[in-house]
Design a protein around this ligand. Structure first.
Ligand SMILES: Nc1nc2c(c(=O)[nH]1)N[C@H]1C(S)=C(S)[C@@H](COP(=O)(O)OP(=O)(O)OC[C@H]3O[C@@H](n4cnc5c(=O)[nH]c(N)nc54)[C@H](O)[C@@H]3O)O[C@H]1N2
Ligand SMILES: Nc1nc2c(c(=O)[nH]1)N[C@H]1C(S)=C(S)[C@@H](COP(=O)(O)OP(=O)(O)OC[C@H]3O[C@@H](n4cnc5c(=O)[nH]c(N)nc54)[C@H](O)[C@@H]3O)O[C@H]1N2
Ligand code: SF4
Ligand SMILES: [Mo]
Length: 775
């Protein structure tokens, strides 16, 4: 290539966090060699953070797999061909289903931070096997919030910090973890503007708290007391906008009665924040024109997490911050990632559209078969999975299908997860790499990477304008790998759920265009139940065949577009997709396939947030009586410290070097700290530690060694380790390398929220002692 030749920039997206910022990349052979932001991306608009530069370490990881693998009795793996793998897996699942029913098979995962199309196709396999129970990472962070959300509004909300006068971050460090588009730009804008304020509730001094006007540095795990005090100030000082409540809410009097009972000075003392500071921050919220508030793992993976999600909502709802620019608002999803509380009461019996059939609706009041935990957002809690397997209970899970997730590494108590997987009669993993979880599975199926097939994520949360980005492949699939669409199609065909009898007519219609296809699809699905039931696979096998091989996994989006247009005609029309629903959906599908930077599919108005409240009269409910026991529990006093394990370990801080487990190869890291244990200078001095020294962290479940990093930001007694590290990465030379701490070797499954079962990873009791620096 000469210098004068123009180089091609291909459009794709970053796959590290839920924002999936638009990227432009240059490739050479199988490598991604240059990366820059895509200015045309409708949401990220040219934004990216430093982590995006690491994309090639995912694509070319040395432990990627390129053949199906079968475990032998001695624990080693042998490569087998695809036909054998699919046949054996289908036979074994069928046998388990025959003996114990589909409810004995657990489906886990379905997508990571940047890949959700695979999970759509999994739906066909789930139906073919009669699988009743699912779980994924949302059930170790967001289900408490989802449950509260269902009780209070029945819809999901997203923040609008771009326009908010006041931003509140609760257990959230967006400078490092993002969580909303263009986070660093927006934080800087807010910081510079004297008329706007940032409030951070976090025990630690963070990059975000350093930019804040108010930092409420609670003692770790005491947010419930701080938030109760804030809500109590609003009620006791009569600061709530009562006209707004008369119009928009129910239950004010019930919660107000509880909040009038509490002693604000006492609660301030328990959470360790000066009462005047809590009062100042609360008044700033009360008097602002608009407030947006975002909670995350600092409270969601902590004691009282479901209560915290409720109290968070009380702070912005008691002050009337909903349904306007700059407040929290309901967004218009293209496809709901999960089901909110209200949806759980309905099961779609006869799906009217192909993709109604793709979203299994859980039934009301369902619980997990062994431990009896609530099924929330269609998921059983991650923390109970080992207990649902390691028992002689007749309803225990006998098999698992795991897709794009690494539960042995990412869920509490890795030891228990390994034991549970080995106790199953069958475990199958779909992944790109030979992960910690794959190394416990009976079969491992190699997926083509995110950059080798059409891919997308359904993290579309923007208000009022929402966009969807279908990414086209950068590379041909690695030899021996298949897309999830193809894997699930082969599986359901081998299971006998669907086949050529369902495809013939639709294949012919697809050749004629989208309108004939739509008519044929409607006709065929009325006559043949298998079509609607296996809609994603049928779409892939018929419509997908008219697309290029690599683009074919996008076929299921056609069904999703049809459903979306029917459910959200107004928002779709706002974005230009109006007219007859079938035609509008066809146009949207074409727009998605032909817009390499993404498409705006919804333009709603802020007042749409009220329509989205799916409770009687679109009123928000402020009172959840089921939480009264939690409120009473905290009225008895603050948390205590176990003197055997005097430190509180925050097991999973987001740092610049972390990205869940997207990068198994850490050789991108050239300088600076990596995986250190952060500790206050005073605690370090008490342990006799200097920077660069090493310590052993011991919990009830295990111990691990880490280098210390002195951090003024931490309170005494609080130590912090980063998430997603400590992977056992097999390098090209065969050496297995572990850098950083594999955190869940240290965590237990029983430390969990009583309602949602979410783990208390931010509050792991630990001992810390100095050890010699390893050679
Ligand atoms: N760089 C990077 N970014 C990521 C990810 C990543 O791996 N790396 N992962 C993505 C994912 S999957 C998620 S879910 C998000 C999570 O994003 P965040 O929740 O923002 O990330 P964390 O750093 O785990 O936790 C946030 C804060 O909680 C604080 N905290 C600890 N204990 C307490 C407490 O008792 N009370 C309060 N109020 N705060 C407490 C910590 O000090 C920390 O600053 O990040 C996403 N973004
Ligand atoms: N102690 C502790 N534990 C934690 C956390 C913490 O803070 N502390 N954080 C938790 C949080 S918030 C989250 S979200 C979870 C995340 O944990 P997981 O849900 O396990 O997700 P990832 O680490 O993102 O792993 C995604 C998997 O997908 C695979 N993969 C990548 N591309 C593809 C593909 O195209 N197809 C397929 N089939 N597979 C692919 C990757 O190799 C990887 O194995 O970790 C959780 N675990
Ligand atoms: S890590 Fe998140 S914020 Fe950073 S570039 Fe990737 S998607 Fe965007
Ligand atoms: Mo997460």
């Amino acid at each position: 290539m000469t210098n004068s030749e123009p180089v091609e920039w291909k459009k794709t997206a970053c796959i590290i966090c839920a924002l999936n910022c638009g990227l432009e990349v240059q490739t050479e052979g199988s490598r991604i060699i240059r990366i820059r932001a895509d200015k045309m991306h409708p949401v990220s608009q040219g934004y990216l953070c430093e982590k995006a530069q690491r994309m090639d370490y995912y694509q070319n990881g040395a432990d990627r797999i390129s053949s199906p693998m079968r475990r032998s009795a001695d624990g080693s793996y042998e490569a087998i061909d695809w036909d054998t793998a699919i046949r054996e897996i289908a036979e074994k699942f069928t046998e388990i289903k025959r003996k114990h029913g589909g409810e004995s098979i657990l489906y886990y995962g379905g997508g990571g931070q940047g890949n959700h199309l695979g999970g759509i196709y999994a739906d066909s396999t789930i139906k073919a096997l009669g699988i009743e129970y699912r779980s994924n990472a949302l059930a170790q962070e967001k289900t408490g919030e989802g449950w509260v959300q269902g009780k209070m509004m029945g819809s999901g909300v997203h923040c609008d910090f771009e326009h908010a006068e006041v931003a509140v971050f609760l257990g959230k460090n967006p400078w490092q973890s993002h969580g909303f588009a263009r986070a660093r730009v927006i934080l800087r804008d807010m910081q510079k503007d004297p008329n706007r304020s940032i409030i951070v509730i976090d025990p630690r001094k963070t990059e975000t708290s350093e930019m804040a006007d108010y930092h409420l540095a609670v003692k770790p795990g005491t947010d419930a007391w701080c938030l109760m005090a804030m809500a109590a100030i609003i009620v006791q000082d009569n600061l709530a906008p009562m006209e707004w409540h008369v119009e928009h809410t129910t239950g004010y009097d019930n919660i107000a009665a509880e909040l009038r009972k509490i002693s604000i000075p006492e609660y301030a003392q328990i959470c360790g924040v000066d009462e005047d500071l809590i009062r100042g921050a609360t008044r700033r919220i009360v008097h602002a024109k608009s407030v947006s508030m975002l909670e995350d793992l600092g409270v969601q993976m902590n004691m009282h997490s479901t209560l915290n999600s409720y109290l968070n909502r009380l702070v912005w709802l008691l002050t009337g911050n909903y349904g306007r620019q700059g407040t929290n608002n309901s967004f218009v999803p293209l496809l709901g990632l999960s089901m909110s509380g209200r949806d759980q009461s309905k099961k779609t019996k006869n799906p009217k559209t192909p993709s109604q059939a793709t979203s299994a609706k859980p039934r009301v009041g369902r619980t997990s078969p062994v431990t009896g935990f609530k099924v929330i957002m269609g998921l059983i809690p991650c923390n109970v999975i080992p207990e649902e397997i390691l028992t002689d209970h007749p309803k225990r899970f006998r098999a698992m299908l795991i897709e794009s997730a690494n539960p042995v590494h990412s869920l509490a108590d890795s030891q228990k997860m390994r034991e549970a997987l080995r106790a199953l009669e069958l475990s199958v993993v779909l992944d790109v790499a030979m992960t910690e979880t794959a190394l416990q599975a009976d079969y491992v199926l190699p997926a083509s990477s995110i950059f080798e097939k059409a891919e997308a994520a359904f993290f579309n949360l923007e208000v009022p304008k929402n966009a969807f980005h279908l990414r086209h492949p950068l590379f041909a699939p690695r030899e021996g790998t298949l897309s999830e669409a193809e894997i699930h199609a082969r599986l359901v065909e081998a299971l006998g759920a669907v086949g050529p009898a369902q495809y013939g007519l639709l294949r012919k219609a697809a050749k004629l265009g989208l309108l004939p296809y739509a008519l044929a699809f409607a006709w065929k699905s009325m006559r043949d139940k298998r079509v609607a039931r296996n809609a994603p696979v049928v779409l892939y096998r018929t419509l997908g065949e008219q697309m290029t091989k690599a683009a074919a996994p996008a076929a299921a989006l056609w069904g999703i577009c049809q459903m979306y247009i029917r459910q959200q005609p107004q928002a779709a029309a706002g974005a230009g997709f109006s007219g007859h629903p079938v035609l509008a959906a066809n146009r949207l599908f074409n727009a998605i396939v032909n817009s390499p930077s993404g498409v705006v599919y919804a333009i709603a108005e802020y007042k749409h947030s009220w329509q989205a409240v799916r409770l009687p009269d679109h009123r928000i409910n402020l009172w959840i009586p089921e939480l009264l026991p939690e409120i009473e529990k905290i009225s008895k006093g603050g948390p205590t410290v176990d003197m055997q394990y005097p430190f509180i370990l925050s097991a999973g801080e987001r740092r610049t070097e972390t990205s869940n487990t997207t990068f198994r190869d850490s050789s991108w890291h050239k300088k600076g700290s990596f995986g250190t244990l952060r500790i206050s200078p005073q605690d370090a001095a008490d342990l006799g530690c200097q920077p660069g020294d090493w310590v052993r962290v011991t919990t009830r479940r295990g111990s691990a060694d880490a280098e210390v990093e002195l951090s003024e930001g931490l309170q005494s007694g609080h130590v912090s380790l980063p998430n997603g590290l400590g992977l056992d990465y097999r390098r090209a030379d065969g050496v297995v390398e572990r850098k950083g701490v594999s955190l869940n070797e240290l965590t237990g499954v029983m430390e969990r929220d009583p309602i949602a079962g979410t783990p208390w990873h931010k509050r792991v009791a630990a001992r810390v002692e100095r050890i010699p620096v390893p050679a």
